[in-house]
Write a protein of this length. Structure first.
Length: 595
């Protein structure tokens, strides 16, 4: 591959440098070429963002004949120094809120469910400290990362208690009295002031570095190279920092994308330009020189688990499509929050079946309103998403999830799937020929309103810009074609073959649509359930409106569990398909037997 002038300048550079590399600009190719141009006896460390990137990088450096390059993640380095050979045991999934209540023996009088709200904030405060570059908890003000008005009020009232239990939690992990988190051993690694014996350290995805690891990196005597894309910072919610803006290294750019052409490039540039609404830098150097025409890999990308799950539900239940699908990451993770609460727990709370709720914290809630109150006090957006799904789909959820899982490809062979589903966070670093965006990203109109709100009250400006970054990352996953909702398309955007605009139904559109239930005097469409019902009445089906008995319900349940079709059950009971569906829903059979 012929290197561009920008790449050649980076390879010929000396001293500490930072490289701002747009999506698809060949940054890994550049870094490999940079390492190859260094003296063969040089000891080089490449810090990858995560395990999957590490595996890919190991292969690339090996193929390039560079055995002197060691590939690590921040956590793999820290694990060997802190955990290996110690008494520490690592907890893979972190702590649930109710577990911290029991573990720390949190008791708080006053506000309803206060101990669970405190535990939720303790979890976040501990993560905030562990990801920071600070040496002591009191050097941080937790209120700096709490923005919801109700949550801020709670934290102000209980700050000393939250800080106290955060210290207790960290101390218990430090003494190995409880399992430690991944954040904790990375923090302990930083506090040990480790010396990394390398001549060059290449730090990838620098826009999403933890403050702790950036501190370790900057303390080293090696020549330092930070690579990233300022507009791809999407982990601020995990207290990441944009190291590209934190260091005063010599600055280089990689501004040509080989992934996509000029249409997607212009869309990406105009997306980033929305940051000007918050008085933030919104300019980007990006030229699209890709010319792919293949459409083998197709992906639906969403901002949130909720948006993605809802799109999957719509396509599986409404389209009648039976093609195989694939979810990036574990498909079961889309029905669970990070805290461990399940979508089914929220559904059981919604139905008043608290005995079936597995999550201890949710089991403490009297009803869904209680849970909503808790969500507002803790800014727990994932639980909030679950509540929205439950409100919309109710007891249809288990059957729908079962249908989705039934269409999922076996193992991790996503090449066998007709469509891939992913959130932006899960697909970072990946690319697809054809991309379909879900309409749950920030729009210019919404950003304008939030910018005005920011002038009146405390809003997290970094988070607002990160919402724009999420849309930018989603747009730049596309190689050949992108299907974008019209609400996300910039005004007066020119026509490109690679950009397909999707009309989004508004409330007005829905009001204008003819009702599916015929009104008095109207003509029902042929083969409709209404016409079928009238035919049954005229034919004198005596059983059609007889009350359901216990015996009939048992027969219906048996047939449902044996997988009988609605039409067969309709003929057996002499009732309309609509009546059968209604009784199935009344008996909650999808909820009871399809989970």
């Amino acid at each position: 591959m012929k290197l561009t002038e920008e790449q050649q300048q980076i390879i010929a550079s000396e001293g500490d440098i930072r490289i701002n590399a747009v999506a698809g600009s060949g940054k890994t190719t550049t870094v490999v070429a940079y390492a190859k141009a260094r003296p063969r006896q040089s000891r080089i460390l490449y810090l990858a963002f995560n395990r999957s990137v590490k595996i890919e990088a190991v292969q690339k450096f090996y193929r390039a004949g560079l055995p002197n390059v060691k590939v690590e993640t921040a956590h793999s380095l820290a694990f060997r120094r802190v955990v290996a050979g110690s008494n520490y045991k690592v907890r893979s999934q972190g702590y649930k809120t109710h577990e911290l209540v029991d573990l720390l023996k949190i008791y708080v009088s006053g506000e309803k469910h206060a101990e669970y709200i405190v535990a939720g904030h303790v979890n976040k405060f501990a993560a905030y400290f562990c990801n920071s570059d600070k040496a002591k908890v009191h050097e941080l003000n937790y209120l700096d990362v709490v923005f919801d008005r109700k949550a801020t009020g709670f934290v102000r009232s209980y700050y000393k208690i939250i800080e106290k239990f955060t210290r207790i939690f960290l101390a218990k992990m430090d003494r190995a009295e409880v399992e430690i988190t991944h954040d904790f051993y990375l923090k302990k690694f930083q506090l040990q002031n480790p010396v990394l014996t390398y001549d060059y350290i290449l730090f990838d995805e620098g826009q999403d570095a933890s403050g702790a690891m950036l501190d370790v990196f900057l303390r080293q005597n090696a020549v330092k190279v930070i690579v990233g894309d300022s507009h791809q910072q999407i982990y601020g919610w995990r207290y990441a920092v944009n190291s590209l803006e934190k260091v005063n290294f010599q600055h280089y750019n990689l501004s040509r994308s080989f992934r996509f052409g000029e249409g997607v490039a212009l869309l990406a540039c105009q997306t980033v330009a929305m940051k000007k609404l918050t008085n933030s830098p919104g300019a980007i150097q990006l030229t699209g020189v890709g010319n792919s025409e293949t459409t083998n890999s197709k992906a639906v990308l969403a901002r949130t688990n909720l948006g993605l799950l809802m799109r999957a539900i719509e396509q599986v239940t409404e389209s009648g499509d039976t093609e195989k699908i694939y979810f990036e990451g574990n498909i079961n993770s889309y029905t669970y929050a990070d805290d461990g609460a399940s979508l089914y727990d929220v559904l059981n709370l919604y139905n008043g079946k608290r005995r079936l709720i597995r999550d201890k914290m949710i089991r403490q809630m009297r009803n869904l309103d209680d849970l909503v109150e808790y969500i507002e006090s803790t800014e727990d957006k994932q639980l909030g998403m679950m509540v929205e799904i439950v409100k919309k789909y109710g007891n249809q959820i288990p059957g729908i999830i079962k249908k989705i899982k039934g269409r999922h490809v076996d193992g991790d062979d996503k090449t066998a799937a007709r469509m891939i589903y992913s959130t932006v966070h899960r697909c970072k670093g990946m690319e697809y020929d054809e991309v379909f965006l879900v309409d749950d990203f920030v729009t210019k109109e919404k950003l304008e309103k939030l910018a005005v709100q920011h002038q009146r009250e405390k809003l997290d400006l970094t988070r607002l810009n990160e919402e724009v970054n999420l849309l930018y990352v989603a747009v730049t996953r596309a190689k050949t074609c992108i299907h974008i909702p019209e609400t996300l398309l910039p005004e007066n955007f020119p026509v490109f073959n690679s950009i397909n605009v999707i009309k989004v139904e508004t409330d007005e559109d829905l009001e204008d649509e003819p009702s599916s239930v015929p009104s008095s005097g109207s003509v029902a469409p042929k083969n409709s359930e209404y016409e079928e019902q009238m035919a049954r009445i005229k034919a004198g089906h005596k059983k059609a409106y007889q009350p359901w008995t216990e015996d009939l319900d048992l027969q219906l349940t048996r047939m449902y569990c044996e997988g009988e079709k609605i039409k067969a059950m309709s003929e057996y009971f002499g009732r309309t398909p609509g009546a059968i569906r209604s009784r199935i829903k009344k008996l909650e059979l999808p909820y009871l037997y399809n989970e």
